[in-house]
Design a protein around this ligand. Sequence first.
Ligand SMILES: [Zn+2]
Length: 317
Amino acid sequence: MAESVLPFKVVYHPRYDLNLGAHVFPSQKFRLLHELLLREKIAKPNDIIQPDRASDQDLFRVHTQDWVTKLKTGTLTASEIMKLEIPYSPELAEAVWLAAGGSILAGQLALGDGFASNLSGGFHHAYASHGEGFCALNDVAIAIRRLQSDNAIKKAIVVDTDVHHGNGTAHIFRDDDSIFTLSIHQENNYPAHKPPSNLDLPLDDGVEDDEYLSTLLPAVEKSLDEFRPDILFYVGGADPFCEDQLGGMRLTKSGLKARDKGVFQLARTRNIPVATTLAGGYARRVEDTIRIHANTILAASEVAAEISNRANGAPAR
Ligand SMILES: [Zn+2]
């Protein structure tokens, strides 16, 4: 009998690799994370599910036809490639289409299981009509629009904890009252232009665990209580880590896991489903980035167990 160890599904595809070779973005991290989850038995093969590529229709709810065509045909201009900051390849296009399909699937699964995790995605710098900062398609925006179009949800919150501001997501949803965007980030960092989220929590350089958690968690709690979303999409960047090469904050691995767990507890105790995505992570040692992402899955698993114990401990009626 096929076994599973997780109370939710992990979404992964072998072609998630962005095909970047030697680059500050470790595009082998998707494969390494998948391997680590299996090796350490955090997940079993039966917990893992492969996504389909997002459809053109899915993409066009967020992105312009012109941008999608350029990505499909490899006809980006030199300035568009400069903004994207990664080389274009057919493998890159395939990977971001699959990542978007993965975030759609994670959203759908989370609505049934309470949680689901895409082992890619969180490409929050992608705008409707261009890519930026390693992000070609905004998978989380695509997933939310798909769930809304299917009438599976009305309102969604995006909690973006990547060290960099979630500029693309904030811009895409700027005039949409059905989506609440929250970004906690290092103010003095990329991107230079930060279109306002519904709630921005800009932090100084060098912030440590305690200050970070005491800024983030009360803000998430208040946002959930006031906005009452039908789903929470979590952009779980590993780059607020103290040894990140592109980040200037000083969170520890245990602080980052407490961050994940804290957000998940706030959502799940309110019965709000959570779909997680990876986003950035540029630690000097790629093992650290992988560990931080794996801890997000562990945190979700621990919170799912807490919620289920609480439900089982409730008096019978
Ligand atoms: Zn980042």
